[in-house]
Design a protein around this ligand. Structure first.
Ligand SMILES: *Cc1c(COP(=O)(O)O)cnc(C)c1O
Length: 408
């Protein structure tokens, strides 16, 4: 499979300089924009003029020049025609699905999705008469079997949260094309590493809160897709981003613009540390899951679909069996070893640890958690790149031994 080079694509896209020749872009903090001739205003409303048609901006809930720069950079990274930035990852997911689906429509989704997404699909959308069938993400035949005459969307995460199951994107693309459906992929866990749109996905959604930002200091999302879908999302009459209004602030866009150039370095750093820790834990006989271990069920698949040079990502899990043991492990790792922080989220430069079942996946009912293979003792670790790698290995080894996860 042909590997995409997101770093090169980002470098090749038109670079934005500041108003006075600054090496950083200017922040356009205006909510509204002046037109030189009153006749231009109606033309903007008629869609005859816009950011790409005469450089006309209207109002910052529609398009904003600084947010547009970030959108252009995200489209380059993803290899899509265009992108829209949103105030959060959930806004990107919700607006995308609400744009595609109407009352009476149906979605086939992986059962291994972020807790908020699961709640949106299983609890909120049914109130609008949009229903979802949840299936095992690693089984393309299960997706095919769940398609109904009213199905509009296939939804999956590239690397599922938190069980790290890897979706077979090329086969889901093939299924979506054969059935005339749209494939929407949440690529939050694997930016740069995997390029779902290059593999044929129709829409790639992101929580930019995580790896893309990398500093755990803001909430943001993106929708990377074809130009036509971007214009639908921003349509003045029916656009879900335009009318529901999860607008990204230009100051947030600026922060993200300044973090994209080192995203590739950070992904490599996360991946290298996570692989070393996963290999050490595996050698000790600890129940560790990491897509870069040959023992991972989709190791062969991910190796064929990923872009060269970014590794297997920054997230691994340890199954401690019970919630008590999981809490003991995290407590030792944070309070005795100072290995990481007990906090939800991921993609920070420091290590973040949480027990998914009772935190970020607690929206998912216990039976559904069991079905998707989510153990109550599963500790999700987003591996940071601070501190000495050797000392980190010693810290985690002492901790897993202290809670009895090493059998000898
Ligand atoms: C965090 C997360 C989201 C939600 O993103 P927000 O920016 O918090 O709204 C969606 N999908 C995945 C996989 C996530 O990890």
């Amino acid at each position: 499979m042909q590997s995409y080079n997101p770093e090169q694509a980002l470098w090749e896209t038109r670079r934005e300089f500041g108003e006075h020749g600054g090496v950083t872009p200017s922040i356009e903090r205006s909510s509204t924009f002046t037109v030189m001739d009153p006749a231009i205003m109606p033309e903007i409303f008629e869609g005859l003029r816009g950011p790409e048609k005469g450089g006309c901006f209207l109002y910052s809930r529609h398009f904003n020049p600084t947010v547009d720069v970030l959108a252009r950079y995200m489209a380059a990274i993803e290899g899509t025609e265009a992108a829209v930035c949103t105030a959060s990852g959930m806004a990107a997911i919700a607006c995308t699905l609400l744009q595609i689906c109407e009352g009476g429509d149906h979605i086939v989704s992986s059962d291994t999705v972020y807790g908020g997404t699961h709640a949106f699909l299983s609890e909120l959308l049914p109130e609008m008469n949009i229903t979802t069938s949840f299936v095992e993400p690693t089984d393309p035949a299960a997706f095919a079997a769940a398609v109904q005459p009213n199905t509009r969307v296939i939804y999956t995460e590239t690397v599922g949260n938190p069980t790290l199951k890897v979706a077979d994107i090329p086969r889901l693309v093939e299924l979506a094309r054969r059935k005339g459906l749209l494939l929407v992929v949440d690529n939050t866990f694997s930016p740069m590493m995997i390029s779902p749109a290059r593999l044929g996905a129709d829409v790639v959604v992101y929580s930019m809160t995580k790896f893309i930002n990398g500093a755990s200091d803001l909430i943001a999302g993106a929708i990377c897709t074809r130009k036509e879908f971007v214009y639908q999302l921003m349509d003045l009459h029916r656009g879900r981003v335009m009318l529901l209004g999860p607008t990204m602030d230009p100051r947030i866009a600026y922060d993200l613009i300044q973090r994209l150039p080192h995203l590739a370095l950070r992904m490599r750093g996360h991946s290298a540390r996570a692989l070393a820790i996963a290999e050490r834990l595996y050698a000790l006989g600890v129940p560790v899951t990491y897509p870069g271990l040959p023992s991972h069920p989709q190791y062969g698949l991910i190796t064929t679909i990923m872009n060269a040079g970014y590794g297997y990502g920054g997230v691994l899990t340890i199954d401690c069996g019970t919630r008590e043991k999981a809490e003991k492990l995290m407590s030792i790792l944070q309070n005795e070893e100072r290995f990481g922080l007990i906090a939800v989220s991921l993609g920070y430069f420091d290590t973040l640890m949480s027990c998914s079942s009772s935190s970020t996946s607690s929206e998912i009912a216990p039976e559904a958690q069991h079905k998707m293979g989510l153990s109550p003792g599963l500790v999700r670790i987003s591996v940071g790149y601070t501190g000495s790698p050797e000392v980190r290995l010693e810290q985690i080894e002492r901790s897993v031994k202290a809670v009895g996860l090493v059998k000898n």
